[in-house]
Design a binder for this molecule. Structure first.
Ligand SMILES: C[S@@+](CC[C@H](N)C(=O)[O-])C[C@H]1O[C@@H](n2cnc3c(N)ncnc32)[C@H](O)[C@@H]1O
Length: 462
């Protein structure tokens, strides 16, 4: 998983060591550039402007402190006479090296040994450093960098979360409600005081980026969401409603089939996920269901063996017995889901694959199911959806959301969770309600609130 969450909890000096941390940071940067490319672009534009105005063609001996994977130094190296990057992490520097043509890179920690910095510099930058470095580290670095600046030298740095910005509302929520203590923020006043204490004089201050990347996505999603609602009012559903519901699952499940596989169909009951005629030659097809009666209602020859059991029960006889586990719209009925997922993992042989579809806890139907009392739910199912309540099994929706699934899939070798936004079918009885729902669904989809998806398809390898 990306290092974003772990970084805040670990030591800021050493937490960037290792290939995993370095590539996670690079991955974060890549994601940010694709989601909010203008943020990096704004930083580069501001930086270029300061350098061009302040130096006006003069010689620039440049140092990028905590240069990391080279984001800033790679941008500036052609504008300066000489460029040096310093960082405490050899792995971050390894990634930086590939982006640079002439800059010199030094691996070292200036707070431990200031002699690693060989000269004095006209321009020093430090991006994405001061916000998350602790107080002592900040102070030590400011002291060393002040000493490394030439007379009239300029120090440019950024602070990527201001306590007086709109973003701070989300940071306060994350820190105090969600308990995510690694979210830091600092105010300009705090920073100015610190700079003065270390002998700097503030000559320019530029604010940028009023909304978070997420905020930008949220605002940007409003118009297309409203358009989807308008189309739905006129009877046109979004294109993703074109294919049959369950297509994503079927495509993946059928692609995973191969002759001779041992397949476990979890919760398959009377309707095996892959019908007999579509199975490649030589497959062994086992049905697992909590109800023997349901399994026995399946067409003759559907199963080579039956397992009547709750999927949360660990069954040693099944361990490493299968190449493929399939499960369609079953796991939302299971609690604790974590235990069920772990069982499915160990029932697979190493390299075996799970393809499952389940409903989301925060889907419209999921929420209604959890909130509406049973008699009212039965009435609604009969009257509005014309469904026989007998065919609807009780569901728990336990941990059926994106980040919970992501956590459960950590022990797997590889995993993909595909949010499946197709919850409007339940509101087919009322066009205005369906249109209203689609505005919501389109908005959360575009704003990337994956935890709110109607369904998920999980495709994972043991
Ligand atoms: C968030 S990254 C920033 C990288 C880069 N400046 C950017 O804007 O993309 C923070 C960097 O600070 C480095 N670092 C932390 N403590 C340091 C220290 N005492 N001396 C040198 N580098 C340090 C880490 O190794 C890491 O590469």
């Amino acid at each position: 998983m990306p290092g974003r969450q772990r970084r805040g909890r670990i030591d800021y000096r050493s937490g960037w060591r290792g290939h995993e941390a370095a590539s996670a940071y690079e991955e974060d940067l890549r994601r940010e550039e694709s989601e909010a490319g203008w943020l990096g672009e704004t930083e580069r534009r501001l930086l270029a402007d300061v350098v061009d105005r302040r130096f006006d063609g003069r010689e620039i001996r440049y140092l990028d402190f905590a240069c990391g994977t080279g984001r800033i130094i790679a941008f500036l190296e052609e504008r300066v006479s000489s460029a040096t990057g310093i960082d405490a992490s050899p792995e971050m520097l390894e990634l930086a090296r590939a982006k640079l043509t002439k800059a010199k890179l030094i691996c070292g920690d200036v707070t431990v040994d200031s002699s690693v910095l060989p000269g004095r510099y006209d321009l020093v930058t430090a991006f994405r450093f001061f916000l998350n470095a602790g107080e002592t580290l900040r102070s030590e670095v400011l002291r060393v960098l002040h000493g490394a600046l030439a007379d009239d030298g300029i120090f440019v740095f950024n602070l990527h979360s201001n306590s007086w910005s709109l973003r701070s509302l989300s940071v306060l929520f994350r820190r105090h409600v969600l308990g995510q203590t690694w979210w830091n923020q600092r105010s300009f006043l705090q920073v100015r005081r610190e700079l003065r204490d270390h002998g700097f004089q503030v000559i320019e201050l530029h604010g940028y980026n009023f909304l978070t990347g997420k905020g930008v996505r949220e605002v940007g999603a409003l118009r297309p969401a409203a358009r989807v609602g308008w189309d739905a009012l006129r009877g046109r559903l979004p294109d993703r409603y074109g294919p049959d519901w369950g297509d994503e699952f079927s495509r993946r499940a059928h692609r995973a089939l191969a002759p001779g596989l041992s397949i476990l169909d979890v919760g398959s009951g009377r309707l095996p996920t892959v019908s007999v005629g579509r199975r490649p030659a030589g497959c062994r097809y086992v049905g697992l269901d909590i109800s023997r009666a349901e399994l026995q209602r399946a067409p003759g020859g559907s199963y080579d063996a039956l397992v009547v059991a709750d999927v949360i029960e660990p069954l040693s006889a099944l361990v490493e017995g299968f190449d493929l586990v399939l499960s369609f719209q079953v796991l939302e009925h299971v609690k604790p889901l974590d235990q069920a997922m772990e069982n499915l993992r160990v029932y697979l042989r190493p390299g075996g694959r799970l393809v499952a579809q389940l409903s989301g806890t925060f889907s419209l139907f999921g929420l209604a199911n959890q909130l509406i009392p049973q008699p009212a739910a039965t009435w609604l199912l009969r009257r509005l959806l014309r469904r026989d309540p007998e065919t609807v099994f009780p569901a728990h929706y336990h941990h059926c959301w994106y980040s919970a699934l992501e956590r459960m899939l950590e022990p797997w070798t590889a995993a993909e969770i595909v949010p499946y936004w197709m919850g409007a079918g339940y509101l087919g009885f009322s066009r205005p309600l369906q249109a209203g729902y689609l505005v919501y669904e389109e908005w959360v989809r575009l704003a990337d609130y994956r935890n709110l998806a109607a369904y998920y398809v999980v495709d994972a390898m043991r």
